[in-house]
Design a protein around this ligand. Structure first.
Ligand code: NAP
Length: 279
């Protein structure tokens, strides 16, 4: 029997996940296909129920269903409960377990680079689902110096209240002073995918200390990253996070160690094909 795993979202056609997940399945000789499961909201319940089929091992979940799927599974892993969203469903017999691998995915490249997150002053742009995973990851690393800046400040304030950490700002000039004392700037807004938009004016990046690190969860070149690099700051896009969250999903589905380097290379090639090379 060919096993099945796939991506639930709407739309999903742009996703790089099938490329690097299939490379891992094939490399380990696992008889499974990673499929795209485009699912409009009205069909979500039926799609999640269909995961109970014997050939299905699990699923990834992406926009706009991460929060809704958390309500549809039988059980939530503690980190999925804390993030409030599910990006991975694991089929255990007839039961569906919801987990969230965005938090470890976010951390992976930072830990690889040996960044002392517990001591870092972090400025997080955005207050949506990805920002929630970033906060959970940073809290678990002992990070206590956090500013959350969001277009809608009320959402940032809600996160500060819920997680009991940091302070909330808008994306306005009040952020300038904070940038001067930022070790890690994270873009978790949805701006940057067009290769043009930026959540903050680009010249503000000049305020960052010379050692500061700019991490954009978007996995293409963004003006934020290009400017950070031009100004001599370290810059990291979201591709390693994407592959690391996928590798963690793979471990949960198959209880095997996936070939991370192979997956990353496949993702880099697929991205270059789509957006051109980076850096
Ligand atoms: P989301 O829940 O929809 O949140 C979107 C965030 O972007 C909100 O904070 C929103 O602010 C802000 N925003 C949207 N339009 C804006 C605008 N015009 N100006 C300023 N801020 C704006 O999305 P998400 O799931 O958190 O995803 C955020 C980003 O992270 C996406 O680009 C996604 O692709 C990326 N991501 C990457 C990975 C990875 O593996 N690399 C994983 C997860 C997510 P308001 O609250 O004011 O609306």
């Amino acid at each position: 029997m060919t096993l099945r795993v796939g991506l639930i979202g709407f739309p999903v056609e742009h996703s790089l996940s099938p490329v690097f997940q299939q490379v891992a399945l094939d490399a380990l000789g696992i008889p499974a296909r990673y499929e795209l499961w485009p699912t409009p909201p009205a069909e979500l319940q039926q799609r999640v129920a269909s995961l109970r089929a014997p050939s299905t091992v699990g699923a990834n979940v992406t926009v706009p269903h991460k929060e809704a799927v958390a309500q549809l599974v039988d059980e939530l892993a503690p980190r999925a409960r804390r993030v409030g969203a599910v990006n991975t469903v694991i089929v255990r017999g007839q039961r569906l377990l919801g987990d969230n691998t965005d938090a470890p995915g976010f951390l992976f490249p930072l830990r690889e680079r040996g960044l002392p997150l517990a001591d870092f002053r972090v400025t997080l742009l955005g207050a949506g689902g990805a920002a929630r995973a970033v906060i959970v990851a940073l809290l678990d690393q002992g990070c206590r110096h956090l500013t959350i800046a969001n277009r809608t400040p009320e959402r940032a304030r809600q996160l500060v209240a819920e997680f009991g950490i940091g302070h909330a700002l808008t994306l306005g000039p009040e952020l300038l002073t904070v940038l001067g004392e930022t070790d890690l700037l994270v873009n978790a807004t949805s701006l940057g995918w067009d290769g043009r938009a930026s959540p903050i004016p680009l010249d503000w990046l000049g305020q960052l200390p010379p050692h500061a690190f700019v991490y954009d969860l978007t996995y293409r070149e963004t003006p934020l990253l290009a400017t950070a690099r031009q100004l001599g700051r370290a810059a990291l896009d979201g591709l390693e996070m994407l592959v690391a969250q996928g590798a963690e999903s793979f471990r949960l589905w198959f209880e095997r160690e996936p070939p991370f380097d192979l997956m990353l290379r496949a993702a880099q090639e697929a991205r270059a094909h789509r957006f051109g090379t980076i850096g």
